[in-house]
Design a protein around this ligand. Structure first.
Ligand SMILES: Cc1ncc(COP(=O)(O)O)c(C=O)c1O
Length: 480
């Protein structure tokens, strides 16, 4: 081990890492977004014997700069148009370093008094944004998947008190959401012992919103067949198309059927920052629980998700609280309410609230509002450019910063559906391989489509223009 003092190690490493991070940032605009390396190529860099002796930090950082960073997906690039993965705010990146240096265990108040306060305050701000009242509360999670799991556990446990102790009985409990839901909803039901088949994926209309008539019909059929509907999940910003389900109507249906109403606003929650767009989330304040991912449209570095509950922290504690001996000594004041291990599934928890709190303070509501509005305008601009090109066809409409489309020139239109799918995938792959931009494809109503999400605050109109040029050039080549 080095004989340098801890202070000197931080000084030295801090300087070296700052250089790496700032140089990386300066190259983002021009850097290849993707790496062409295969798993076998990369294995050569990393397949080393177990290090028997420690090596100098300089050498380790050198390997990072040589082998790790250049082959990373450049998520922070303004030309990255992938899956709701943002360019992290600089203050968030450095907050992560501060978080590690304090190394608070944000599970129990006594192990991190200030981390508990910062988390509690950040949760308050998220609750206020979605229109919840003072008594609402929540808990930070690793991301939207875990946040959905926590909410669905609350929905399950509300059915009857015994379920937590004895597990799910013979009753068939059912949950309803759009076929456009995130896969974590289905996975959660599996983890919660309800089974994946208990999820009813309801069809969507031609703009990919859940169909209310189909939802009502599915509930009626299930009740007739002896199932017990327990929860409806509305999506505010679907993964593939970014659209928002009709939340007030979903609330009414949930209420009429004595169901828990959860809104998965992992992505779309940030619309609440904008006075111009927040009406799209109308009805979210009626939800029993909300998933909101600061590591998506709030540019907080991974990982940072949140489950918010309308009726206060006791709802989470009813589902998750435990009192291990070593964390239950009386301390003469009420600190258990700040023990976040009682509100979710994690024990030792990272002080993730620090980066969220710093990002909130650094951007303010106005900074987030401007960025969200600019992203939606840029996405509308992209859609209008595509609309002018006869070979491209828009799919659905722009409600957030996601634009879906297909490459369908006359020759492709004449092909079978499966061949058209292969063409979309081939175009996506050509662009990914070029390294000039990245976006995925998805399946919408059974057919492949291309999906672009503008989620970097570095993206400007010129990057969108470059993307249009790239699409034209690669699609021409593809048909040659
Ligand atoms: C609507 C929605 N919900 C939940 C999730 C899961 O979030 P995470 O990947 O942070 O677990 C995603 C991820 O893209 C999402 O789009």
């Amino acid at each position: 081990m080095t004989t340098d003092s801890l202070r000197d190690q931080h000084e030295k490493l801090g300087r070296a890492v700052t250089k790496l991070i700032s140089e990386h940032a300066s190259r983002l605009d021009a850097a290849s977004v993707t790496s062409s390396a295969t798993p076998d190529d990369l294995k050569k860099f990393f397949a080393e014997p177990l290090p028997l002796r420690g090596m100098a930090a300089e050498e380790i950082l050198e390997q990072f700069a040589r082998d790790v960073a250049p082959h990373a997906m450049q998520v922070s690039s303004p030309n990255y148009f992938g899956q709701f993965n943002p360019t992290p705010l600089a203050i968030g990146v450095w907050a992560d370093a501060l978080c590690s240096s304090l190394n608070q265990n944000a599970g129990a108040w006594r192990n991190g008094p200030t981390s508990a306060m910062v988390e509690s305050q950040s949760i308050r701000w998220l609750c206020e944004l979605v229109g919840y009242r003072e008594n609402a509360f929540g808990v930070l999670a690793s991301g939207g998947s875990e946040a959905n799991l926590i909410a669905l556990k609350c929905a399950r446990d509300r059915v009857e008190a015994e379920i937590m102790r004895k597990g799910v009985g013979a009753e068939h409990l059912t949950v309803y959401t759009s076929e456009q839901c995130h896969y974590s909803v289905e996975k959660s039901l599996d983890i919660l012992g309800l089974g994946r088949d208990s999820l009813r994926k309801i069809e969507t209309d031609d703009r990919f919103h859940i169909r209310l008539d189909s939802l009502k019909a599915a509930i009626t059929k299930d009740v007739y067949e002896g199932c017990k509907p327990i929860c409806i999940v509305g999506v505010a910003g679907t993964t593939s198309t970014g659209v928002i389900d009709p939340l007030p109507e979903l609330f009414e249906i949930a209420h009429a059927n004595d169901c828990w109403f959860h809104v998965d606003a992992a992505y779309g929650g940030a619309l609440a920052f904008s006075d111009k767009h927040k009406s799209k989330l109308r009805g979210i304040e009626l939800a029993d629980s909300v998933t909101f991912d600061p590591h998506k449209w709030m540019f907080v570095p991974f990982s940072c998700g949140a489950t918010l509950v309308r009726h206060g922290g006791q709802v989470l504690r009813d589902s998750f609280d435990m009192s291990p001996e070593y964390l239950s000594e009386g301390r003469g004041f009420s600190d258990a309410q700040y023990d976040f291990f009682r509100y979710g599934q994690m024990g030792t928890r990272r002080f993730n609230a620090l980066k969220l709190w710093m990002c909130f303070k650094s951007m303010g509501k106005s900074g987030y509002s401007e960025t969200v509005e600019r992203h939606i305008e840029l996405t509308q601009y992209l859609a209008s450019r595509l609309d002018e090109l006869p070979d491209f066809q828009l799919v659905g409409e722009i409600e957030t910063a996601v634009c879906c489309f297909r490459f369908l020139p006359e020759t492709v239109r004449a092909m079978s559906g499966e061949e058209q799918d292969r063409i979309q995938q081939a175009l996506q792959q050509r662009i990914e391989k070029s390294g000039k931009a990245f976006f995925p494809s998805t399946v919408l109503h059974g057919r492949r489509a291309l999906r672009v999400n503008i989620n970097s605050y570095l993206t400007e109109q010129r990057h969108v223009d470059d993307l249009i040029e790239l699409l034209q050039a690669e699609s021409r080549e593809l048909l040659n």
